[in-house]
Design a binder for this molecule. Structure first.
Ligand SMILES: [Zn+2]
Length: 133
């Protein structure tokens, strides 16, 4: 088993997880190994559910960002796989522990009601509760 030290960009936790290098990329699972540091937002949480909570928060943020790039064609950079110059995907969390809620929005652009509806429908399929502002 290999051990990877992970510092998600969604909180200040530092977590070691294990994975099997003999399993192909797409089929790999990551298993909790140890907490190196716990952030204020997750203080008091141990594993489980610490790792799943931190992972779900990070993946939910990343998937919403990816959804915005893939589905908001009018806001996509013409040549690169990202949002246009001047449009920024932003996010923050409210609450603590396993019940933190993600909030996402775009700076530099206003989503139409239709776009918000589609993004909220996608957000509802993800593991961390999320508000699309
Ligand atoms: Zn944390």
């Amino acid at each position: 088993m290999a051990i990877t030290r992970w510092s998600p960009d969604t909180c200040g936790c530092v977590i070691d997880y294990t994975w099997d290098p003999d399993v192909p990329d797409g089929a790999r699972t990551h298993s909790f190994h140890a907490v190196e540091r716990i952030c204020a937002g997750h203080d008091g949480l141990s594993d489980p559910p610490l790792f799943d909570t931190v992972l779900a928060e990070n993946q939910t943020k990343n998937r919403l960002h990816g959804w915005a790039v893939a589905n908001l064609a009018r806001l996509r950079h013409p040549l690169e796989d990202r949002l246009s110059d001047g449009v920024e995907f932003r996010w923050s969390f409210t609450g603590t522990g396993a019940g933190r809620r993600l909030e996402v929005w775009l700076d530099g652009a206003t989503l139409t009601a239709g776009e918000k509806g589609l993004m909220r429908a996608f957000a509802a399929t993800l593991n961390t509760p999320a508000t699309v502002r």
